[in-house]
Design a protein around this ligand. Structure first.
Ligand code: PAF
Length: 293
């Protein structure tokens, strides 16, 4: 076990990363908002395979939360995060303040169009602008060779890939499969909000995705039929559904119920269980929906 260095200032971070680079090392960054769980730690494992120096950023980014969302409530536990990252052999942690990331003179927004119009973008106005702005800034601060993101935030990953390509940022983007806990629940920092009954009801998301994946593997390709299986499970358990969308897994273009999928189909869900908004997705024909016992 090694103790990761914790950076809170730009200059000390830059100096440490420059030293790695001048010794020929490749920096890999794992952007997070902290409250780390096994899903994040598997991003770290992927990062360790991708380069020499793994830096995890921990920053609850106010710009990606809308008014009335859970920015104030969002779990924060830097000491616990540090201990977990030490166990996993992380080299550095960057945990900046809001004042460092967004000083009063800050005026820039990075916005990706089209890909952000549907799904979470339609229900959380401004959310993805907040994500791309902070990720672009984190890339600027750390100049990584590679950055690692989870596929649980499938739309976010697609948006970040687009931004990186459009702006010719020299960063390789790697997406890591969703990690699932008991019953198939996708791991999320927001699962901490769920009570016992809610946790049970939250399983409907992965159950629905599993039902659709099973139908897909039996040969069902009608987008409406596959989406319908997910709706059936989630509708009876959730308090509110933001969306259950069948879409092209590359372009995120939504499919109508009459469309017929080819070899892959994305189904993405956002639903509220009690006061907690959960998201999940699967690319049918690609993702294995494994449960972690
Ligand atoms: O996925 C997240 O935790 C956040 O959206 C990210 C990428 C760290 C940006 O704040």
């Amino acid at each position: 076990m090694k103790n990761p260095s914790v950076f809170t200032e730009k200059a000390e971070l830059r100096q440490a990363l420059d030293q790695v680079r001048s010794a020929g090392g490749e920096v890999v960054v794992v952007p997070t908002m902290g409250a780390l769980h096994e899903g994040h730690l598997q991003l770290v494992d992927a990062a360790k395979k991708a380069g020499d120096y793994v830096l995890v950023t921990v920053f609850v980014n106010p710009k990606q939360f809308g008014p009335g969302e859970d920015f104030d409530l969002y779990p924060r536990d830097l000491e616990g995060d540090r201990a977990k990252l030490a166990q996993r052999g992380v080299d550095g942690i960057f945990a900046p303040s809001v004042a460092l990331m967004y000083p009063p003179e800050f005026r820039t927004t990075v916005a990706v169009s089209d890909l952000t119009a549907g799904m979470c973008g339609a229900h959380r106005p401004g959310h993805f602008d907040g994500v791309t702005t902070v990720v672009a800034k984190l890339f600027g601060l750390t100049s990584p060779c590679t950055a690692i993101f989870g596929r649980k935030d499938y739309q976010q990953l697609a948006v970040i890939r687009r931004m990186t390509e459009d702006l010719c940022l020299p960063v390789k983007i790697v997406g890591v499969p969703t990690v699932r806990g008991a019953g198939g629940l996708a791991l999320s920092s927001r699962n901490a909000y769920l009570g016992k009954d809610e946790r049970q009801r939250a399983l409907s998301l992965s159950r629905g995705l599993r039902a659709a994946a099973a139908a897909f593997s039996r040969g069902e390709r009608r987008a409406g039929a596959l989406r319908g299986l997910v709706v059936e499970h989630v509708e009876s358990a959730a308090d509110r559904i933001d969306y259950i969308t069948a879409a092209d897994s590359s372009t995120l273009a939504p499919l109508s119920d009459e469309d017929v999928a080819a070899d892959r189909l994305l189904i993405a869900i956002a639903a509220h269980i009690g006061k907690t908004r959960l998201i999940d997705n699967a690319v049918l024909g690609e993702d294995l929906l494994e449960e972690t016992p």
